[in-house]
Design a protein around this ligand. Structure first.
Ligand SMILES: [Zn+2]
Length: 367
């Protein structure tokens, strides 16, 4: 008889309720009732998302739901978040984040500190942070230190209990941020290529379920771009984008890591983030991953032209010049990227020489 091999248990924790579409915020109270939520602590930013929360979101909350509301500043001390978490009754209160990546990341941290669950109401679609259990790369280093030192615990990635993606609201977000969302989604082609490479060369576990899910998000957006072209940013296109970004989080939940959504192109973007202070530039995450995806797909010997074509169709940035980054900074980022997360094997892991990097930049025309 064959020996019985027991595979390790795979647990998949995904959001319980997800609503996308026109005026989806009208579903809020229904979702709270279904989930048995009676008390909420709402968070937003202090400018645009505060206005959205006050004018559009709070008026949707009806019935017997009690809530408290705190607009958060852009830059925050982690001890401030910890203080807020101390005021939250973990047995009765649920958190709700209304905003972009920063607010949602802060709420993920408060949820971690107070051991509560949270609902994400993204106000734009510039990356997949609203559906992902993970937080922004730059914040992560700070968080790891703080959690270890002050809280004697580790940050535990948790996916949102519910996601409400209102396409009416999100269609009004700045077009640049939506273009960035497309750049984040198209980068999944590369992330999956890197994962396959790690499987072939290093024997890393590859999960076809999670990988296919991630590739599907890119296909969904790509097909819509082909259908709609320049009209992609209407409701139909934005719906495909928000659905794709939401599903990218599911792919990460299936994998139990960000592997299906983040490969060499994200490492280059993280490297650019870490250089951004020294060289004083600020570029949207999705613009960085979109352009890096073209470059990394070239290094894989894959169809980089396809990624470029899709980005071009929606007039997203295609070159370093478009995003205001110097070629030398990109070369520096490409050197740095391979050391950022050494355990994540990618096409960059064996080392990229300066001349090969220059050649890739030239061949792909991202200069
Ligand atoms: Zn991303």
């Amino acid at each position: 008889m064959d020996e019985l091999i027991l595979s390790p248990i795979q647990e998949i924790n995904v959001s319980r309720r997800v609503a996308f579409g026109v005026n989806a915020i009208e579903r809020l109270t229904g979702i709270f009732e279904d989930l048995g939520i009676k008390r909420l602590h709402i968070f937003s930013g202090r400018t645009k998302t505060k206005e959205i929360t006050e004018k559009l979101v709070i008026p949707q909350i009806s019935g017997n739901i009690e809530f408290e509301y705190t607009p958060l500043p852009d830059k925050i001390d982690l001890s401030f978040l910890n203080k807020i978490s101390g005021t939250i009754d973990r047995y009765q209160t649920y958190l709700m984040a209304v905003g972009g990546g920063t607010v949602i990341d802060y709420v993920k941290l408060i949820a971690n500190m107070s051991k509560t669950e949270y609902i994400a109401v993204p106000t734009n679609a510039s990356h997949d942070g609203f559906s992902s259990p993970y937080i922004n790369f730059l914040l992560r280093t700070q968080v790891d230190q703080y959690f270890k030192k002050e809280l004697s615990q580790e940050y535990c990635p948790i996916s949102p209990l519910a996601i409400v993606g209102d396409t009416t609201m999100i269609s009004k977000a700045p077009k640049e941020s939506l273009k960035a969302g497309v750049g984040d989604i198209l980068s999944k082609w590369v992330a999956v290529e890197d994962w396959k490479l790690a499987n072939r060369l290093k024997g890393e576990d590859y999960d076809i379920y999670a990988a296919s899910f991630s590739e599907m998000t890119a296909t969904m957006v790509e097909e819509r771009i082909h259908d709609l072209g320049k009209n992609f940013f209407g409701e139909k296109g934005v719906r495909a984008l928000i659905k794709a970004l939401g599903s990218s989080g599911v792919a990460m939940c299936i994998a139990g890591s960000s592997r299906p959504a983040s490969g060499s192109e994200h490492l280059v973007s993280h490297a650019l983030d870490s250089l951004s202070f020294e060289y004083d530039f600020e570029v949207l995450h999705g613009h960085q991953t979109g352009i890096s995806a073209i470059l990394m797909m070239y290094l894989h010997g894959g169809d980089w032209i396809r990624i470029r074509k899709s980005l071009k169709k929606i007039s997203a940035p295609l070159t370093l010049h478009d995003i205001g980054i110097d070629r030398d900074i990109m070369l520096l980022a490409l050197q740095k990227a391979q050391h950022i997360r050494p355990e994540r094997y990618t096409v960059l892991s064996e080392g990229l020489t300066r001349s090969a990097a220059e050649n890739a930049i030239e061949m792909t025309g991202i200069d």
